[in-house]
Write a protein that binds this ligand. Structure first.
Ligand code: SF4
Length: 318
């Protein structure tokens, strides 16, 4: 059975090694419950006072700076994502899904069959952090079946790793890209950036599927409709994320400059979690997000259009 386990011994070891007396633990939704289950054991083992962060934790970019400033923990344990930011006193604990031998063999078989049926002998392999070990194993085993799966290093130094905002590991001369992960968000980002076919191996659903061109066209259509609305808008809110790995004040100011140069009104807004509900209160016509690209996922369903910086450049002529 597929498992995602948090090794409490590793966490305890880190707390003891850092001689931390006050610890803040941060985990994404879905893992918070698992952390709550082990926190008492950790306190007993380490004698540290442990606080669990209830703030959002969307990625390695999302460190609760506000809580840290007030609480002043000696150590922050960030669970579930690999290191992105070199901030003091933060230790990252990425997690890996564990698969049985039988499950791995079955996933490999599915992948090899699909690649061979399309005559593909070389592909670039990428995965989200939870599946990196599985990807490495697949790459090694696929070679025995005459298929080369190349793993390139990401910007953060991890072979094969992709994030929603960083897909450089998918860049190679191979004819196709194999993405190991659940969901299509990353695969869409990769297909858009690399303009190549992406084969998704979903280890939880246990299937392989090509990212459909139809799906990409649908997304593009929605984006074009959003850009059209944005171009007609008069009053813009530039929403600057204050999450440490997303914060880019310079870009927000540049967005303001572009808008004003094109005769638009532009208001700067700072936010931690960016939600439609919070933004609608401002009663503006359109929003430019200087934040995680994942926001554009929800945006087609928002009442007011939300675009990214590159889209802003696109509609105003760059
Ligand atoms: S900016 Fe978005 S995609 Fe990038 S790490 Fe953060 S949450 Fe993930």
């Amino acid at each position: 059975m597929v498992r995602l386990t948090i090794d409490s011994r590793k966490l305890a070891k880190e707390i003891i090694k850092k001689k931390a007396e006050k610890v803040l633990i941060q985990a994404p939704a879905g893992l918070k419950r698992k952390i709550a289950d082990i926190v008492q054991k950790l306190e007993r083992k380490t004698n540290a006072k442990i606080f669990l962060s209830a703030d959002s934790c969307f990625g390695a970019c999302d460190i609760p700076i506000g809580t840290i400033k007030v609480l002043k923990p000696d150590l922050v344990l960030h669970i579930g994502h690999a290191k992105m930011l070199a901030l003091q006193n933060i230790s990252y604990f990425p997690l890996q899904y564990e698969f049985s031998k039988k499950e791995k063999a079955m996933l490999l078989k599915l992948l090899i069959k699909e690649l061979k049926s399309k005559g593909i002998r070389k592909a670039c392999g990428v995965a989200t952090i939870q599946y990196i070990e599985l990807l490495k194993w697949i790459a090694k085993e696929a070679a025995k079946h005459g298929i080369k799966i190349v793993l390139k290093k990401s910007k953060y130094g991890i072979a094969g790793q992709v994030l929603g905002c960083e897909t450089s590991a998918a860049r190679s001369k191979a004819e196709a890209i194999v993405f190991v992960g659940d969901g299509v968000f990353h695969a869409i980002g990769i297909a858009k950036a690399e303009k190549k076919s992406v084969l998704i191996l979903n280890p939880l659903a246990k299937h392989v599927r090509w990212l459909e061109k139809k799906k990409l066209r649908e997304i593009e259509k929605k984006r074009i409709a959003t850009l059209f609305k944005a171009k007609q808008a008069k009053r813009f809110g530039i929403v600057l994320s204050v999450k440490p790995g997303q914060f880019n004040e310079k870009l927000a100011l540049e967005a303001k400059r572009i808008l004003e140069a094109n005769g638009k009104e532009a208001v700067l807004i700072a936010a931690d979690d960016i939600t439609e509900h919070a933004l609608l209160d401002f009663n503006l016509d359109c929003f430019v997000a200087i934040a995680c690209p994942r926001l554009a996922d929800d945006a087609p369903y928002w009442k007011k259009p939300l675009i990214g910086f590159e889209e802003l450049q696109l509609i105003f002529g760059k």
